[in-house]
Write a protein that binds this ligand. Structure first.
Ligand SMILES: [Zn+2]
Length: 191
């Protein structure tokens, strides 16, 4: 606690689940599952709300997005190469936001101010969500292109390939946070 700016951040949860020999869909877009949860904060003044956010928020931040990419594939020999014959990727995106238990004594200006902050947090986190979606799409495309000389090594090649796409997605998240000051430039600042 102690950082002057408390905005938002990404917490990456990357699940590398390789389930081999699974019949995936032919060529559908990755499935995307989105969940949104909240934590409760209290306060009748800006300072009290800030303090509640600091105590109860995710890490040093007011909101967070976690995304994870998992995948399944099947492989076989075609034209003398070991190739991925089907693949299915699932992207899970989990948003966490504060929910203010509005104090009866809270001034209406404070309610307006709070709603603005929440809206800005949503804008920022949605950007992380887009990075997660894009990563899923890219991972699936890359997975379908994996080809090795022997099926003994295709699993490692697949793990490396997907890990590379996930690392790209994580880099995109870091660049996004650097560009936006963790949402500050999008208005995610309270008070
Ligand atoms: Zn962020």
């Amino acid at each position: 606690m102690g950082s002057p700016h408390r905005h938002v951040s990404i917490v990456l949860l990357v699940a590398l689940t390789a389930l081999s020999a699974f019949a995936g869909a032919a060529s559908a877009a990755p499935k995307v599952t989105v969940t949104t949860t909240s934590y409760t904060i209290w306060g009748a003044t800006e300072a009290a709300i800030r303090s509640s956010l600091d105590r109860r928020g995710p890490g040093r931040f007011d909101a967070s997005t976690r995304w994870a990419v998992s995948y399944r594939y099947r492989f076989g020999v075609q034209g003398g190469r070991c190739v991925v014959t089907s693949a299915a990727v699932e992207t899970r995106i989990a948003y966490l936001y504060p929910r203010w238990r509005v104090a009866a004594s809270a001034a209406s200006a404070l309610r307006v101010r709070w709603n603005r902050h929440l809206a800005s947090l949503r804008v920022h986190e949605a950007g992380h969500g887009r990075n997660g979606r894009t990563t899923g799409v890219q991972a699936e495309a890359a997975l379908r292109r994996v080809s090795t000389s022997s099926c003994a090594t295709i699993r490692q090649a697949i793990v490396r390939t997907v890990a590379r796409e996930i690392a790209r997605g994580q880099a995109a998240d870091r660049a996004y946070d650097a560009r936006t000051g963790h949402g500050a430039s999008q208005g995610a600042r309270f008070p």
